[in-house]
Ligand binder design. Structure first.
Ligand SMILES: [Zn+2]
Length: 411
């Protein structure tokens, strides 16, 4: 793979490709063809998710209509009520939600949503976008089943400029009306394997789906190219452990592809010694990080490898909001690599995530390190990382996966 190939793949996939859409399938088939070209045969595994056709959605605030998009999966109907802006999620603010349509910030967290319902909210409005950008794009959001837990409130998303207008005017009342029809959609994982000499595996993952407004070039075609580049290097090189590559679908809707994989292949996971996940690499600007959900030794191992190869990595342990997390939750030592662009020089989940913020040369440099690290893990006589997840990481997984509330910050 050279920088011309990287540039070409970024160009060929620079269109939104959300989970369960025809564009997602087009992107998957394109990646499958690219895998074939480097000598990796792949298979496709489907998983289900709820999608819907939104027939109409409207938001009126104090008699003025604002452009909006209904939340997929929030149901249909009409609600009219006084408006309340939930500025923070303390008990007093939450108690004032009662019998109101609540304007709240993105991202809509499960606990906030459940608290709004418990406190008697009747509907909700969120906003996305940036005041400093010229567009008035409205992101198409989904009320995830893991957030709603089956309790539905009518909800719409609007542009931040309109949200600011609504709050600045001290608006008093709102009306939301939605008509949508839900159906079972299918999203897909793409899986390829390079068996090793022993029946132990290193699994490399990268999600290839994008959000609705974004081409998903940086987030995460770069990671998808990353594991393709690693696969290319190991197709002919002998290695002790097997390497499995998974291009995950549905990450942007709550890590759905990696969760589906871990659920469908639970019995095989005991042979997986490590999951290496790539979510955003190769940005023009920014530093390379590693977030490890494993014993502390993995952080040290990455630091040693970084020194050895002359490639700076800011490594730490923790839980990362990407496809490494479902693996960690099943007891597989996991890590995510990313090159994090400063917010003003990078962009995700909006129209500004295009090939323009990615450096093909940097993608290749990042792949060089990732392949070097992967080779060391695949070829080690004994895997340098214990197959166990420390208690403090398990705690963080409980919080991330909404089984437990985050501890209140102590001042
Ligand atoms: Zn991502």
């Amino acid at each position: 793979m050279n920088s011309r190939d990287v540039k070409q793949i970024l160009k060929d996939t620079a269109y939104p490709h959300t989970a369960a859409s025809p564009e997602e399938m087009k992107c998957l088939q394109y990646l499958q063809e690219r895998c074939r070209k480097v000598g990796l045969e792949t298979r496709v595994e489907a998983f289900s998710l709820e999608r819907s056709n939104i027939r109409s959605a409207s938001l009126t605030v104090d008699g003025k209509a604002y452009p909006c998009k209904a939340y997929i999966g929030c149901g249909s109907g009409k609600v009219e009520a006084p408006l309340y802006y939930l500025r923070s999620t303390d008990d007093l603010s939450l108690s004032l939600c009662r019998d109101h349509i609540v304007l709240t910030d993105q991202p809509l967290k499960m606990w906030t949503y459940q608290d709004m319902i418990k406190n008697g909210a009747l509907g909700f409005i969120t906003f996305t976008g940036r005041y400093s950008c010229p567009d008035r794009d409205i992101d198409q959001k989904t009320l995830r089943p893991a957030t709603s837990l089956g309790k539905l409130l009518l909800g719409v998303n609007i542009n931040v400029k309109d949200a600011m207008d609504i709050v600045a005017k001290g608006s008093k009342s709102a009306c939301i009306e939605i008509d949508q029809e839900s159906y079972e959609g299918k999203a897909h994982n793409l899986i390829g394997e390079l068996p090793g000499e022993i029946d132990e595996w290193v699994v490399l993952t990268a999600h290839y789906d994008s959000t609705p407004l974004s081409c998903g070039s940086y987030d995460n075609m770069t990671g998808s190219i990353g594991i393709l580049g690693v696969a290319e290097r190991f197709v002919k090189a002998p290695h002790r452990r097997g390497l499995r590559f998974i291009w995950c679908g549905g990450e942007e809707l709550g890590l759905l592809g990696s969760k589906a994989y871990c659920a469908d292949h639970e019995g095989e996971l005991e042979k997986v010694v490590l999951n290496i996940n790539l979510d955003m690499i190769g940005s023009i600007m920014g530093k390379f990080i590693a977030c490890c959900s494993a014993e502390e030794r993995l952080v040290s191992f990455i630091e040693y490898t970084a020194d050895e190869l002359g490639f700076p990595v800011a490594a730490r342990s923790g839980v990362y909001s990407s496809d490494s997390t479902p693996f960690a939750d099943k007891g597989v030592p996991s890590l995510s690599f990313a090159r994090l662009a400063p917010p003003t020089a990078g962009s995700i989940h909006e129209r500004y995530d295009t090939p323009a913020i990615v450096s093909p040369q940097q993608v290749l440099t990042d792949i060089e390190f990732i392949a070097g690290f992967t080779g060391r893990m695949a070829n080690a006589v004994r895997c340098p990382v214990k197959r166990e997840i420390p208690e403090k990481i398990k705690d963080k997984l409980d919080v991330y996966l909404n089984r437990k509330r985050a501890p209140q910050p102590q001042d």
